[in-house]
Structures are given as C-alpha cells and as structure tokens.
Design a protein around this ligand. Structure first.
Ligand code: ATP
Ligand code: MG
Length: 347
C-alpha cells in the first residue's frame, strides 16, 4: 500500500498570525482531518536561528507559544497520525542537510526568489551563512521524511503558503538530482508535492503584500477582541476614496482582501455596495472586525485548554516517531553515497 505523508512546519520566532492561519494552518488541519496522511508538523527552531541567533530565549519561548497556537487551531497530536516534531531534536536531519549541501549549487540558491524577497532591504554580507543556505537545509527537513523504501504512489505532501513554492520546487529538483547521482535506478529521496490553499498569501494590515512578524503588520491569533478591532479600524482603505460618496475600488483595498479571505459569502454584494458608495469604509471595517472576532473566538477558547496540555510529552512522542523514519532514510542515503564504510565498522 502507498505511504502518504505530510511534512510542513513553521519557524519559532514569535506568535502566529492570520497569515499563518489562512495560508497554512487551515490546510494543515484539513489534511490532518482527512485521516489519509501521517502528518509531521515541524517546529523549526534551527531555521529560526538563521535570523534570530542573537535571541535564543525568544526561540525557546516561541516553541511553546507556537505549539499552543497549533493546538488552539485544532491540530491534534493526540491522534495516532499526527506528530509535532522539534527540528533541533532530529540529528539525522542535520546529517542529511550536510550531504545535500554538497550537491546543491550556490548559483541556484542565490537565484531563489523567496530568498531574494527576504533579503530585500538587508545587506547580504550581514546575513548568516545559515540564512543563505537555508533553502538547502529545508530540503533536508522535507526529504528526511521520504518513505523508505519508496513504492509507486507514495506521497510527500507539503501544505504551505504561496511564498514557499520556490523552496518546494527546489526540494523536488534536489531530490531528483540526488537519486540520479546516487540512486542506481532507485528513488531514495522522494520528490515532494506542494499544496496551496485559496488564500496563498494574506496581505498585512498596512497593505503590504505579506502579513509578516518582521514587518509589524500582523493580527495575531492570540490578540484579544479589542486589539483585533483596533488594528482593523486603523487600516488604510482605497486611497482614491476620499469622501464616503466617492465610489470605492475593492480590488485595491486591503480591508476587502480580508473580507475575501474570511467573509466569502457576502463578497459579491459587498463589492457592489463599495463600488456604488453604498457602504462607508468605517462600516466595512466594523463588519470585518466582527467577522474576524467570530472566527478567532473558538481559537481563544481552545487556547485555554491547550495551556493545560503536557507540551514536552507531545514533543517527545512526535520526535520518537520522526527519528524512526529519519534513521531509515539516513541509512539508505549513506549507503547510496558510499558513506557507510562497512569494512571499517566490522573491525
Ligand atoms: P513571518 O514572516 O511572520 O516571520 P514566516 O514567513 O517566517 O512568518 P514561516 O515559518 O516561514 O513564517 O512560515 C510558516 C508558514 O506560514 C509557511 O507555509 C508560509 O507560507 C505561511 N505564511 C506565513 N505568512 C503568510 C502570509 N502572510 N500569507 C500566507 N501564508 C503565510
Ligand atoms: Mg518565512
């Protein structure tokens, strides 16, 4: 029977926001609930170091904060098919990463559009070597979960936001290269398949194309009701609509983008009202704040339950299963690369 796995993750650099929720977590929950996949959700504390090496306390705190957010949105590591995995506690992954670095080319990593976007406004020379190499390291995160030995129909599905697509294409390319170089006709590392939801990228409250912690334009899952409302009411709408009698242009309005992401059923009517100046921007924002608070309320409630769970025990269980799989993949990788030196080990 085909093995179907899901691998995906988040950096532990702070609280999660609505971008994470619509771009990733909703999809994760969908694949988890389908029951079709064994799911590995990775707490990427090592990747967090690529930009936050000077703040290990924040990363440590964020491991539990992110877990609480995951539990609050309904990820369920108490099911047998769901595992929360701590990246730094998976030594096999580091070893695979080191081998992949040898077949990855510097030029292809430098061309990666997501890396380029993240570098915008920063000096390349100031970035850590780990940051510049993280697209390769992330290939190890994914391929260490390859079914081993692989069978036709096996799947390694990666549900993510749209910004991750170049990384996933690269992961498939590098797996293919590895198999071609060392596989002798076998697929040792599986090519992953991306999965992106309806909202691949949520705009920030400042209208920037990506809601992101580092841009300070987030609505966090843990924000209380009044904070959510305040953040929405401060949002800038269509700049061309100076008076409420002016017709609006929903296609350029970030508030409308949120209605699109969270308030689907009323969309066509809202667009008509906005274009005909039949609704004010303040009314539109009040309705959005109310809708978002409705969406977040059950998450806030579950958060209270999450705080009572034994997070260490959840991680230990997840890592035991992850290490089992990773050990098999690493053995196959080392054997294929002539790195198992059987004669030396025998002596
Ligand atoms: P931030 O930029 O806020 O620090 P991040 O991009 O570092 O967040 P990651 O851990 O890299 O967070 O991403 C985790 C997942 O969340 C990825 O699948 C990513 O695509 C998704 N994601 C993050 N922000 C958004 C967004 N604004 N819209 C859609 N998906 C998003
Ligand atoms: Mg990121």
């Amino acid at each position: 029977m085909a093995t179907k796995r899901v691998l995906t993750g988040m950096r532990t650099t702070g609280p999660l926001h609505l971008g994470h929720y619509v771009g990733a977590l909703k999809l994760w929950k969908q694949v988890q609930d389908s029951g079709e996949y064994e799911c590995f959700f990775l707490l990427a504390d090592v990747q967090a170091l690529t930009t936050h090496a000077d703040n290990p306390a924040l990363i440590e705190q964020s491991v539990s904060d992110v877990m609480l957010d995951w539990l609050a949105v309904g990820l369920d590591p108490f099911r047998p098919n769901v595992h929360f995995v701590l990246q730094s506690a998976l030594p096999e992954r580091f070893e695979l990463s080191a081998y992949l670095m040898m077949i990855a080319r510097f030029a292809e990593v430098s061309r990666n559009p997501t890396l380029k976007e993240e570098l915008r406004g920063r000096k390349k020379g100031d970035m850590s070597v780990g940051f510049m190499a993280y697209p390769v390291d992330q290939v190890a995160d994914i391929t260490i979960f390859s079914p081993c030995p692989a069978h036709p129909g096996d799947q390694l599905l990666v549900p993510v936001g749209e910004d991750q697509i170049p990384h996933l294409e690269y992961s498939a390319d590098l797996a293919r290269r590895f198999n071609k170089m060392y596989g002798r006709g076998k697929n040792i590392l599986l090519e992953c398949q991306p999965m992106v939801g309806e909202v691949g990228r949520l705009v920030g409250t400042d209208g920037n194309s990506k809601m992101s912690k580092s841009l300070g334009n987030t609505i966090d899952l843990a924000d209380p009701q009044e904070v959510v409302t305040k953040k929405i009411m401060k949002m800038v709408t269509d700049p061309a609509r100076r008076y409420k009698s002016d017709p609006g242009h929903p296609e350029v309005c970030p508030v409308f983008a949120y209605h699109k992401a969270f308030n689907g059923p009323s969309l066509a009517e809202r667009m008509k009202l906005c274009r005909g100046a039949g609704i004010t921007c303040v009314e539109c924002k009040c309705q959005l704040a109310q809708r978002l608070n409705e969406e977040l309320e059950p998450i806030r409630q579950r958060y209270l339950w999450a705080q009572e769970q034994d997070l260490v025990e959840i991680l230990n269980r997840g890592n035991v299963r992850a290490c089992q799989i990773a050990g098999q993949v690493l053995s196959a990788v080392k054997q294929a690369m002539h790195l198992d030196y059987p004669s030396l080990i025998k002596e």
